[in-house]
Design a protein around this ligand. Structure first.
Ligand code: C2E
Ligand code: MG
Ligand code: MG
Length: 760
């Protein structure tokens, strides 16, 4: 996983969290609004309830005042009826004096339809009145009463009494005619008792009975509240709020609204009284309206605030965790668990960045020789410490802009600041020297040996990726591992090509064997004196898609390394037997075929049995098969080889020692091994050919002579010219093999060319 992908997935996660939090926030707000709406409805309900109580109490008081006036009017009517004259009405007032005081009437007046009237003064004197001299409010109710209505006025200032009053008027009948009007005025303050008796308001709240012009009939007289009902000229009300109040008062319906006063939320409820144009107006805080509702709402708000705070904390926690998780993830994703150094992913990322910036660099891989062994020898705990020490040393060694990582086990990758081979070599050697010093911790005497492989982008075909470069680095590291001398090796293209070819060969060899790509070519072995054919050597050819393009000199050593050579050699023995069988069946006198045998075969316990089973399969006498073994092999395990040769001899096979003179086999070896034939390597002949090499020629003569004495026939390899042939003849060498006679050729061709005359 790279950093961008981690970041992207974390961002996604974060986005999901934020969406969840937004949803929670939205839900919180929705809940808050719902609670607020509910709360408003509740406050309105409470206010309405209270207003209805006020209204009822007011109506009751006004109705009872009016009723009292009506009762008095009936008494006046009775007096008129008894006396038969309206003149008696005035005298009746005197009798009503006490009753009017009990009813707390400030004035009690009688007016006739023609505008004349009377009242009793406080000293019970009769005072003459004129309707026209009375305040307009009183005139209005008098007029309405004269029309037969019992009515009350709005509040007004009565100069006679010297305070605000409300006047009531009711008609006085005689014989169904209105003969006058009885009017009383009641102190407006008496209505305030109703307001305070019904329920209380908070010290900031106010209740007022007020008419549509804003004139107050009665109000509670709390501290600041006067400002609200005293609308005209109130210093508390802004213009906007004033018009809101006035609109509510002029509308003949219930109004409820919320406003704020000195940052305090207040609620106003205005309801028509149903008496004159009076409205009951309540202004109060929620607490003033209802403690319980306010508490519930406060709790709801508290919960909403807690909810929001929790959401915020949750988001912050998620952000914090996200950052920490991000860090941890990056630590895990980009660092090696054991050493804490960068890992390969991070290393590659940094390489990518470098490449994009076109900064030249060399990548080196460092390894510890025999680390597995060290692990076993010093326990994994100490080996781990060694790896950590290496990291610490690398941290100290690397220059700015250089970086390294622990790749796997004991492999470390370093990016060096140069692409120059010599400089990189020098630099890496210096680093290895430091590592060597710091690795003494594992054991002060045990030498820890480091080796390294380097490569640059210069040798890469694909200069835009790390893959090819890293395969070059690892290949160079493998050269360094194989090499016993060099501690630092650079990648080279030839070695890479070799590696590629080796891979190709190893991948194809089994398939090639099954599908007949390995073919047997034959090269004649000639009697040097008689110039006649005495045998042939089977040489393998790998024919891939019709062409013979990989030399056995290349693939045979590889097959010896991977063990495939044993299969191939037995296959060649089988091909040789098949050919001999063909010759016999075709009536051709067969000649012996020499087959090259890898040393690996000679170490196999059932080798002799296996080879016998092949000759038996084709019913070929064993004397027709000569087995060529390499000179070097004899020296490796003389005893074992000697036993094997003996067994092969017992079965009738001939043994030839191939390439004599290339290794270190001595003439003594010849005496120790029961070989039948000695093949002198062609390098011998080539050197002997030159005049300057007379001594070698003498050696060759001695070898041939010793072989003869030991009854070993000699074969000169690499006869390319007549003079080669003559030279070997002169040396008394028995046989010759080489291009002079023929190159190795396919078996059919060979038969035609050399064995036609052998037909019996
Ligand atoms: P070798 O067994 O010494 O085979 C002789 C090699 O010398 C052959 O090369 C042959 O083609 C070459 N040769 C023969 N005459 C001349 C000459 O006049 N001049 C020169 N320059 N070369 C000459 P080839 O076929 O390339 O084989 C090379 C080696 O590969 C063989 O050396 C042998 O060691 C090995 N080899 C070939 N076939 C097999 C096989 O089937 N099994 C095993 N184990 N090794 C084989
Ligand atoms: Mg050979
Ligand atoms: Mg040879």
């Amino acid at each position: 996983m790279d950093e961008q992908r981690i970041q992207a997935s974390l961002k996604k996660l974060l986005a999901v969290f934020i969406v969840i939090c937004l949803l929670l926030g939205g839900l919180g707000q929705y809940l808050f609004r719902s609670v607020s709406d509910l709360y408003l409805v509740s406050v309105q309900g409470r206010m309405e309830e209270r207003a209805l109580q006020y209204k009822k109490s007011f109506q009751f008081k006004m109705n009872s005042d009016l009723l009292m006036l009506r009762v008095m009017a009936h008494m006046v009517e009775d007096t008129i009826a008894e006396s038969g004259s309206t003149e008696a009405a005035g005298s009746r007032l005197l009798y009503l004096w006490d009753a009017s005081k009990t009813a707390k009437f400030g004035r009690l007046c009688y007016f006739t339809p023609n505008g004349e009237g009377m009242q009793l003064s406080s000293q019970r004197d009769v005072v003459e009145l004129q309707t026209i001299n009375e305040p307009i409010e009183m005139q209005t109710v008098i007029q309405q009463a004269l029309k037969g209505k019992s009515v009350s006025s709005n509040a007004f200032y009565d100069s006679y009494l010297g305070y605000n009053v409300v006047s009531y008027a009711t008609p006085i009948y005689y014989n169904s005619d209105i003969k006058g009007v009885l009017v009383c005025s009641i102190n407006a303050d008496s209505y305030e008792d109703i307001l305070t008796s019904v329920s209380s308001v908070s010290n900031i709240g106010a209740v007022a009975v007020i008419d549509s012009d804003g004139k107050v009939l009665a109000s509670t007289r709390t501290h600041q509240s006067q400002g609200f009902y005293n609308l005209n000229g109130s210093k508390y009300l802004t213009n906007g709020l004033y018009s809101k109040f006035m609109q509510a008062l002029s509308a003949n319906e219930t109004r409820f609204f919320e406003f704020s006063f000195e940052d305090l939320p207040l609620y106003a409820f205005i309801m028509p009284m149903g008496i004159s144009e009076y409205k009951i107006m309540i202004v109060d805080t929620d607490k003033g309206v209802s403690d319980s509702v306010s508490d519930v709402v406060n709790y709801a708000h508290l919960i909403a605030v807690l909810f929001a705070a929790t959401s915020i904390l949750f988001v912050m926690a998620v952000l914090y965790m996200n950052r920490r998780y991000n860090k941890q993830l990056l630590q895990v994703a980009y660092h090696d668990r054991l050493t804490g150094a960068y890992n390969r992913y991070k290393f590659f990322q940094l390489l990518d960045q470098r490449r994009k910036k076109n900064i030249e660099y060399t990548v080196a891989a460092i390894n510890i020789r025999k680390f597995k062994y060290i692990n076993e020898l010093f326990s994994s705990v100490r080996s781990d410490r060694l790896l950590k020490d290496i990291c610490a040393a690398l941290n100290r060694c690397i220059k700015s802009e250089e970086f390294f990582c622990r790749d796997t086990a004991d492999t470390f990758l370093i990016c060096l600041n140069t692409s120059d081979r010599d400089m990189a070599n020098e630099r890496l050697n210096a680093i290895l020297e430091q590592l060597k010093k710091s690795s003494k911790s594992i054991h002060h005497t045990y030498p820890i040996i480091f080796y390294g492989g380097c490569a640059t982008l210069d040798d890469c075909v694909d200069k835009n990726s790390n893959e090819e470069l890293m395969s070059h680095v690892m290949l160079a590291l493998s050269y360094a591992k194989q090499s016993q001398q060099a501690t630092v090796t650079f990648y080279d293209t030839k070695a890479h090509d070799r590696e590629t070819l080796n891979n190709y060969i190893e991948n194809r060899m089994e398939w090639a064997l099954e599908h007949g790509e390995f073919q047997m070519f034959l090269q004649p072995k000639m009697d040097l004196r008689k110039n006649t054919i005495i045998g042939a050597e089977a040489l393998v050819r790998w024919i891939i898609e019709g062409t013979n393009n990989i030399s056995p000199d290349y693939f045979i050593p590889l097959f010896e390394q991977n063990g495939f050579c044993t299969k191939l050699d037995l296959y060649m023995v089988e091909q040789a037997c098949k050919q001999i069988r063909k010759w016999i069946d075709a009536g051709i006198s067969p000649i012996p075929i020499s087959v090259n045998q890898t040393k690996l075969l000679l170490y196999e316990d059932d080798y002799v049995e296996r080879i016998c089973s092949i000759t038996k399969k084709y019913d070929v006498p064993n004397k027709y098969i000569t087995l060529e073994i390499l000179e070097g092999l004899a020296l490796e395990n003389l005893e074992k080889v000697s036993v094997c040769i003996e067994k092969l001899h017992d079965q009738g096979f001939s043994i030839s020692m191939d390439d004599f003179g290339t290794g270190y086999a001595s003439l003594t070896t010849l005496s120790q091994l029961q070989i039948d034939e000695l093949k002198l390597d062609r390098s011998f002949l080539m050197q002997a050919d030159q005049n300057t090499e007379r001594n070698r020629r003498k050696i060759l003569e001695v070898v041939v002579e010793v072989a003869k004495r030991l009854n070993i026939t000699t074969v000169a390899e690499g006869i390319e010219t007549e003079s080669h042939s003559q030279l070997m003849r002169d040396m008394h060498c028995d046989y010759g093999q080489g291009y002079f006679y023929s190159r190795p050729i396919p078996a059919n061709e060979f038969t035609k060319k050399f064995l036609q005359h052998n037909v019996q």
